[in-house]
Design a protein around this ligand. Structure first.
Ligand SMILES: [Zn+2]
Length: 188
């Protein structure tokens, strides 16, 4: 089995994690590997400086939930020195500003199972979709690579609402999938 990326034991708040990119291309992005997933094909041609990964020293709490992973499109709301300072941070950390950045909680990833790690990486990747143009057709950059967009989760619901009113179509679909055998069985 291909070894999973492991965050360094001793690390600052953030550190670049190109090993996650390499691991993806050996496994989930690799058509010859059992874990291959074509759902992510819009990022297959993205280079490591465009689809970047980072370890964060630890997670954080947001709205009462622990955040252990995050997928973002780096954007700069500021101008002038503020903007330049933000760009410089990315350049120092990653060489340049990536199109998409996935950050993972190093503490969680050190302790979780291989299966949980792969699930977390794919969770973040599922936030990235092929952007559509105004007519609903897949949109491409001038270099031929798919334009990327971010989406939220397939299910956004409270247990209490499902308990009291039942689930909508998205919840039903999720329940249905949960009742089937997982496609992947990853042993540690
Ligand atoms: Zn998410």
């Amino acid at each position: 089995m291909i070894k999973r990326p492991m965050p360094p034991e001793d690390m600052p708040m953030f550190v670049a994690a190109p090993e996650i990119y390499e691991w993806l291309h050996d496994t989930i992005f690799n058509p010859d590997h059992a874990w291959y997933n074509a759902d992510h094909e819009h990022v297959f041609d993205y280079q490591v400086n465009e689809l970047a990964f980072m370890w964060a020293h630890s997670g954080f709490d947001k709205a009462g939930k622990r955040v252990i992973g995050q997928c973002e499109k780096p954007m700069f709301m500021a101008g002038g020195w503020k903007r330049e300072r933000q760009i410089m941070w990315f350049e120092d950390m990653l060489g340049e500003v990536p199109d998409m950045l996935i950050t993972l909680d190093a503490q969680y990833c050190r302790e979780c199972s291989y299966s949980d790690f792969a699930a977390l990486v794919e969770h973040e990747l599922y936030h990235i979709v092929h952007k559509l143009d105004n007519y609903g057709a897949p949109s491409f950059r001038s270099d031929g690579k798919p334009r990327l967009d971010l989406v939220s989760h397939d299910v956004e619901e409270f247990n209490g609402v499902v308990r009291r009113y039942g689930g909508d179509e998205a919840v039903m679909k999720m329940t249905d999938l949960q009742n089937q055998e997982p496609e992947l069985k990853i042993d540690d």
